[in-house]
Ligand binder design. Structure first.
Ligand code: FAD
Length: 549
């Protein structure tokens, strides 16, 4: 069996090594256009920032070890330029010598990845304008810093842009991050992204939102970056981080089916429209397991798993890829942001009805030193409570909660299953009621009709707002016009609550106001709990101004 693989990094290297584990006889040829196989692209921003000191650490598997241990026929700096499906051959070009030749295949796996989107503005091809997608990209950025670059403009606030901002700040550069959308990190909904904006600003990143790049011009040795609205930023270095698009040209040229989103179309065995050709990684369209719609999911975990499955199927096994859910996590200076499943934008686009709750949890028991809050958003089906998506921003412990929720989504669980989840607990690690349980309780209460929750942006302007925090908490900030009655005084002062209108109760995070709603409901007063409390109010675009500090 001649197995040819195009692309030798995440999906391609996984496919190649898996194929060897399945077959000692196969002749496995891996074509890689770049100079490295199996390198850690995810580590690039951390080497720039100095967190990963040694450049060599990013070279996960050396060519010698892949050739020796797995007997792979590696063709580095070699590009596949065409596929001849009739003859079962690929056309290849050795980049340095320019030599072209043909390589036969019985099965072909396409793992060419994605390419960074270059904004369609003048000057993106100039000196000291870089993408951050490969080791040579990273080397060029590091060289610019060694040569004295002191300031940078990053165009794009996806995860590469945000990680690059942190890396460059760690090296002492002045950093401006320009994002065309009104917020960074597309998987996060606006109120969750707001915390990331705060973290970036607090750490010295000059954040410009809602304005795109217009042009990049030379100004002596420096760059003059023009942005929408007429402003110009002078910088020594520009990083383009405006997202990626699937590399589907090779497949398109060979007449393989391409999906509506521009990725290679595959079935659930990762087979393209040609049964002898499989595809995996950033280049393909997959099914979103929450919405059931085609999606692009350019992440390393899916790419590695898909590479393995493509090899299984190419070598005759029958293994299904069950779709992606876009689980992601990012370190943002001292904070962490993470998401899994669908966000509100995706649910609305797919016309899926949903409910949402926001809770504030703690990384571990508050009496044990070092506990930090985390802000959890849960999206779920109004009927039955199936979990549709989750987002968390905070610090320590965000990673394990998002993974529990990702697993719950994968297992098709409901918010009632989260109430039941039995998670590891000791004071240094968690709480007897984990944030995951609490999110389940709050969502379950809502679905059982124990309390009606409302997002800050849905609170009417003339609403009667009841603040049940302590007088001391209220002194530091409050919503103008709100009535303050601490929870512990509520029963004694119930006569002060108007009965002719709905009361919207809030506290700091939503828990005490839930208790207040139960007290009010028990006394015949209609009450809604402001989801996520003041913590959510403070970061909700549109209402954050309605706060007196
Ligand atoms: P790639 O790993 O990009 O490999 C494709 C390879 O194919 C390339 O090396 C390319 O040179 C080669 N190729 C393309 N066309 C041809 C051709 N015609 N002939 C020969 N070779 C060809 N994901 C996460 O999940 N978490 C993270 O924290 C994270 N951080 C990231 C940070 C950065 C800076 C970057 C760049 C990516 C990050 N990612 C992260 C994304 C992750 O790296 C990708 O999703 C993953 O590498 C995709 O794997 P792939 O095999 O499809 O593509």
């Amino acid at each position: 069996m001649n197995l040819v693989i195009v692309g030798g990094v995440a999906a391609g290297a996984s496919a190649a090594t898996r194929a060897r584990r399945l077959s000692e006889d196969a002749h496995i040829v891996v074509f890689e256009r770049g100079p490295y196989v199996s390198f850690a692209n995810c580590g690039l921003p951390y080497h720039i920032g100095g967190m990963v000191e040694r450049r060599e650490s990013l070279l996960v598997a050396r060519p010698e070890s892949l050739e020796g241990r797995f007997r792979l026929d590696l063709r580095l700096r070699s590009e596949v330029t065409a596929i001849d499906r009739t003859r079962g051959e690929v056309e290849a070009r050795a980049i340095e010598s320019g030599r072209t030749y043909r390589e036969p295949y019985d099965r072909l796996i396409l793992a060419p990845g994605a390419s960074p989107i270059i904004p369609p503005v003048p000057g993106t091809d100039g000196r000291r304008v870089h993408t951050l997608w490969t080791i040579p990209d990273m080397d060029a950025i590091n060289l610019a810093i060694q040569e004295g670059a002191e300031s940078a403009v990053i165009a794009g606030g996806g995860f590469v842009g945000v990680e690059a901002a942190e890396g460059l700040r760690a090296r002492g550069l002045r950093v401006t991050l320009v994002e065309k959308a009104p917020k960074v990190l597309p998987p996060l909904d606006p109120e969750m992204a707001e915390t990331v904006h705060d973290l970036l600003r607090k750490n010295g990143v000059d954040l410009i939102l809602g304005r795109g790049l217009v042009a990049i011009r030379d100004d002596g040795d420096r760059k003059r970056v023009a942005i929408e609205g007429g402003d110009e930023i002078l910088a020594d270095l520009v990083i383009l981080a405006a997202g990626v698009r699937p590399r589907a040209e090779l497949a398109r040229g060979a007449g393989l089916a391409i999906g509506d989103l521009g990725g290679i179309r595959v079935d659930d065995r990762l087979r393209t429209s040609d049964p002898k050709i499989f595809a995996a990684g950033d280049a393909i369209e997959v099914t979103d397991i929450v919405t059931g719609r085609p999606t692009l999911c350019p992440l390393a975990g899916p790419a590695n798993r898909q590479g393995r499955i493509a090899a299984d199927n190419a070598l005759g096994r029958d293994v299904r890829y069950r779709g992606s859910q876009g689980t992601f996590i990012i370190k943002v200076f001292e904070g962490t942001a993470a998401a899994t499943g669908a966000n509100e934008v995706r649910l609305r686009a797919a016309r899926i009805r949903y409910e949402k709750v926001h809770i504030v949890g703690q990384s571990h028991a508050t009496y044990y030193p070092g506990a930090e809050p985390m802000f959890v958003k849960l999206l779920f089906a109004p009927e039955g409570g199936r979990i549709l998506g989750a987002q968390i921003v905070g610090g320590p412990g965000v990673d394990k909660r998002i993974d529990v929720l990702a697993t719950a989504i994968r297992a098709n669980q409901t918010v009632f299953d989260l109430e039941d989840a039995e998670l590891a607990y000791a004071p240094p690690y968690g709480s007897a009621k984990d944030p995951v349980n609490i999110a389940g309780f709050v969502a379950g209460n809502l679905l059982r009709g124990d309390v009606e929750a409302v997002a800050p942006e849905d609170v009417p302007l003339d609403a009667h707002i009841l603040d049940v925090r302590t007088a001391k908490e209220r002194q530091s900030c409050h919503i103008p016009g709100s009535q303050g009655i601490p929870l512990d005084e509520l029963r004694d002062r119930i006569a002060e609550i108007p009965r002719d209108r709905v009361t919207y109760a809030h506290c700091a995070g939503g828990q005490r106001s839930y208790y207040a709603c139960r007290i009010l409901a028990g006394n015949g007063i209609e009450c809604r709990n402001i989801s996520g409390g003041l913590r959510h109010w403070r970061v909700s675009p549109g209402v954050r101004g309605r706060l007196r500090i």
